[in-house]
Design a protein around this ligand. Structure first.
Ligand code: PT1
Length: 282
């Protein structure tokens, strides 16, 4: 069993104990979720969804106001702030959970941290203007994820000589960039970025080699829930990808993942608890 060098992450006022795996529940606050009603209804609906995920056993809730799935276009800062900040604030105030903010924007990072976020999840690995400094200033842990290019174009022609090596090198370079900026390695979580600038073959190879990423020594986050790599293998649309998602969540944990980012929290928590029971008997 591969363990990260740090045994716990200080997430603002809360602590994430890395001696066992955790489920991060996905909370999208993109326009579709605001399709009817105003902002207030949007916040209320988001809070209820977060509450259900916390009751189901999520340790973190990942709040995202920008879709980053393949082909999605970026969102303006003021729109993202309006979508994300009230939801982060409501969850941090009302629920016993670590609130993660899925953003690449320096302003959103700062505002989210101010209203109680405990974790920063940036699919662009703090590459946007001001993001490195903002993340550093919050004092919060940050997830660095591998992606090449932008969601709009990343799936056009992804090529690697060795995808695992490319992802490892990229992540270590981002960790070094953080260190140079004064953001310590102890605060960095890494993520291979499944579905980001990768073919099905790349995703499967990378998954098979997940131990190599766990061995970097940073806590490892994996997000594969309902993704197209499952659809491609099983020939299923998004609604039919639960069992595939659970299989990959269990396998990711077996290969050393510390956090799995999922839509189906209750089902995934059963998987995590079964693995924990077996491990406790070792
Ligand atoms: C992820 C992730 C994320 N994924 C982290 N944050 C998304 N840390 C958003 C598909 O192929 O894996 N790790 N934030 C969602 N992105 C995608 C990408 C959704 C690909 C779907 C696909 O279907």
């Amino acid at each position: 069993m591969i363990l990260p060098k740090v045994s716990r992450l200080r997430c603002g006022s809360r602590v994430l104990d890395l001696s066992h795996p955790h489920v991060m529940g996905i909370l999208n606050v993109t326009p579709d979720s605001f399709s009817d009603g105003g902002r207030y209804q949007g916040v209320e609906a988001a809070l209820r969804h977060a509450e259900a995920m916390v009751r189901a056993g999520a340790s973190l809730i990942d709040v995202g106001g920008e879709s980053t799935r393949p082909g999605a276009s970026p969102v303006g800062t003021s729109e993202e702030l309006e979508r994300v900040v009230p939801v982060v604030e409501a969850i941090a105030r009302e629920l016993d959970v670590i609130v993660s903010v899925d953003t690449s924007s320096a302003e959103v990072m700062r505002e989210a941290a101010r209203v109680g976020a405990g974790f920063i999840n940036d699919v662009r690995s703090l590459s946007r203007s001001g993001a490195m400094q903002a993340a550093k200033d919050t004092g919060l842990p940050v997830c660095m994820m591998h992606m090449v290019g932008e969601p709009t174009t990343m799936q056009l022609n992804p090529r690697y000589e060795d995808v695992t090596q490319a992802v490892k090198t990229f992540l270590m370079e981002r960790v070094e960039a953080c260190a140079r900026a004064g953001l310590p390695a102890e605060r960095i979580v890494v993520d291979p970025g499944f579905g980001f600038a990768k073919t099905l073959g790349h995703n499967l190879t990378l998954f098979n080699r997940l131990e190599d990423l766990a061995s970097l020594g940073h806590p490892l986050l994996v997000g594969v829930s309902r993704k197209s790599m499952i659809g491609q293998v099983l020939d299923r649309t998004v609604g039919g990808r639960l069992y595939g998602s659970l299989a990959l969540a269990g396998l990711a944990i077996a290969k050393g993942a510390n956090i799995v980012r999922v839509h189906d929290v209750a089902e995934t928590v059963d998987v995590v608890r079964m693995i924990a029971a077996v491990r406790a008997a070792e």
